[in-house]
Design a binder for this molecule. Sequence first.
Ligand code: F6P
Length: 352
Amino acid sequence: MIIKHKLLIMRIGILTAGGDCPGLNAAIRAVVRCASADDVEVLGIRNGYLGLFENEVTPLTRSVVTGILPRGGTILGTSRFNPTKDENCLAKFVENWKLHRLDGLIVVGGEGSLSAARDLWQKHQLPLVGIPKTIDNDICGTDFTFGFDTAVSIVTDAIDRLHSTAESHHRVMVVEVMGRHTGWIAAYGGIAGGADVVLVPEHPFRISRVCDLLGGRKKDGRAFSIVVVAEDAHPHPDEDFLTEEQTNAIYRHNRLGGIGEALAAEIERCTDIQTRVTKLGYVQRGGSPTAFDRILATRFGIKAYEMVRAGHWGQMAALRGNRIISIPLTDAVGELKRLDEEIYRIAEVFFG
Ligand code: F6P
């Protein structure tokens, strides 16, 4: 019997870096499915950029990606390791890149990991393309990142559930959500869940206004309220209800969190309404992606693969309207995509 060996066209790597989010496996699957139809070999780099530094790679074949579409997290693992952080790191990274004879690399990452990809391409000429992912939806140049829709669905579901217990106990429920330095999750989750107040990093808040809104609701006979607060929402600079110690604990670490507790205490003190806090935390990043995120991640994966085949290096897949386009990585990173003012105005219509 003659076994036909097909000619290998190229060997590419794929890695997932930064915080995980639902949809990563859908993107990996899409790349691998396109590649296997073309006889392009795909190496999975484990744990973000760290895998190439530590030489932890694994072949990704069609059978490896079977069944991963609905799975949360990433089969490759992830980390926030940055290969450009010092010269030794970079040298090892490049050495292993050559060892594995990679013709190109697909980086699925958020703002930090895509900034590293931009540097690796611009300053060190490593052929890379990017796919934007993050629950925070804060990457410029793309209308949405995958992971965001799932996070918003989880927040919406939580607010729905909190409504009934808030109503039964006539309480204010403060819901602290993720989003790092932007208010996308808070605003979308707040609008979808029918929040009475939404506090975002883009609009420093005045505690007196929050309490007036909640007190007003009580006077009007609505004895319960939902307040959504983004983890990096700040009080206006001339408000002084947070101590220096609280400010340091909430905002001065890589890991944000705690504004919900401080806010709830102040609301209870000012309004005399029983107030409780729910910090949704990592549940917002876990579990199966929504259909929207599966489709977006799949489309990004296919686009990234096409860019690799065409040699369009230094580009990132992006969603514009309903079209997937490619944009220079330099246009996507460097600053964060702040919450759209129009979306905030919509949330505001329902305050109080
Ligand atoms: O960027 C995604 C995100 O989930 C943010 O919303 C959050 O602030 C951060 O990651 C948490 O990071 P870590 O996983 O390092 O605790």
